[in-house]
Design a protein around this ligand. Sequence first.
Ligand SMILES: [Zn+2]
Length: 129
Amino acid sequence: MSKEPDILDAAHTIRFHLRELLDDTEAEALDRKLDALLTKAESDKAAERQIENLLCGNKTVREWTHRFLNPDDVRKSYKKLPGEGGNVPGREKYICPCCNRWWFRRNVGQRIPTCCNSEALVPANGVKS
Ligand SMILES: [Zn+2]
């Protein structure tokens, strides 16, 4: 059984949707902070807490994160936020083979985002996270 998506999964996934959620300046600033903290989190557990605080700092981002971590709330809701599905049970994890950023697809209709060198992320099946 795969583990439940956590705050790090939320942070990785939301980075691909920041420009749909925030204006360009805010999106860029948050992306830079998340980038630094996610790198830090690889060796420092305390960074997870900072990421959580960061994702709670903005109303739109907080709502997105809450719903990412609580998919049942999404299924009950008619309003969808960017990067949300709700009709398809389960989540597929995709990763970038270059930089190891990852993203969760939560609706089969969602386009797979691109990352380094404009290459699409690849399914993470069988890849250890
Ligand atoms: Zn990449």
